[in-house]
Design a protein around this ligand. Structure first.
Ligand SMILES: Cc1cc2nc3c(=O)[nH]c(=O)nc-3n(C[C@H](O)[C@H](O)[C@H](O)COP(=O)(O)OP(=O)(O)OC[C@H]3O[C@@H](n4cnc5c(N)ncnc54)[C@H](O)[C@@H]3O)c2cc1C
Length: 211
């Protein structure tokens, strides 16, 4: 087997390397110190097609392969881990799930603008909400519930450590629909930021540890 990058993969790697140097490096320390969301960088990544790299072009994606995605992630992570984690969540946790498991209607409505990283000229990205104050590694101990109310579900719970949490327009929320089924009673709900009852709490102040 030949482990060699294709010409296209090499081009994507170089584009990501250039992007990291030119767009991420300037101000990376200041953004980190100020805990500032890298909005400008994410908007530009969207223009490059890097927010929905593996999504089918039919749904607004770039239709690239997984290796290309990993190469781009590697290059951007070398310079700015904050930009790369925002990018990775939109690509993998959000767009991948929508592409694999959603209905055609949901794909048109949510996946297409998320893969493009914009809607009506504004930044449009997603977040994946699993972790809770009492549920991290053991994700099945999450307590958010989704109650079937007939023509809608009522969700109750709190999520934290959510990448893109304050900026995303769409959330994939993990919730328990049937506690008696344990981990098999857990489902995912698409929630829009502007829906009634959704509250984004203040960002927790970053703690710095020194040796
Ligand atoms: C940069 C970043 C981005 C994140 N983004 C998201 C996001 O977008 N969405 C989201 O839902 N979550 C997100 N998270 C949260 C992340 O998924 C959790 O931090 C992770 O699941 C670990 O949970 P925890 O922090 O509560 O640690 P804990 O689960 O409390 O673990 C603490 C320590 O105990 C160890 N440990 C835990 N269980 C066991 C065991 N059974 N045996 C041995 N050791 C064990 C762990 O390895 C770890 O060292 C993010 C976290 C980070 C750091």
């Amino acid at each position: 087997m030949l482990f060699q990058l294709t010409e296209e993969q090499l081009m994507i790697q170089q584009a990501a390397r250039d992007f990291a140097q030119n767009e991420c490096l300037p101000g990376v320390i200041e953004r980190d110190e100020q805990q500032k969301f890298p909005r400008e960088q994410i908007m530009k990544l969207a223009e490059l097609g890097f927010m929905g790299m593996m999504v089918d072009p039919e749904y607004g994606g770039a239709g690239m392969d997984t290796v290309s995605y990993v190469l781009a992630m590697e290059e951007i992570s070398k310079i700015d881990a904050s930009v790369s984690v925002c990018m990775s969540v939109n690509n993998s946790l959000v767009c991948y799930g929508l592409q694999q498991y959603c209905t055609e209607e949901q794909k048109r409505k949510y996946l297409t603008p998320l893969a493009q990283g914009r809607k009506d000229g504004e930044l449009y990205i997603g977040a994946f909400m699993l972790s809770e104050p009492e549920a991290g590694s053991d994700a099945t101990s999450q307590r958010t519930t989704a109650e079937d109310k007939g023509d809608y579900y009522l969700l109750n719970g709190t999520k934290n450590w959510i990448t893109n949490g304050g900026t995303a327009s769409v959330y994939l929320v993990i919730a328990q629909t049937d506690a008696s089924k344990g981990s098999r009673g857990i489902n995912v709900f698409i929630v829009e930021k502007n829906w009634p009852g959704v509250t984004v709490a203040a960002k927790r102040k970053q703690t710095r540890y020194s040796r």
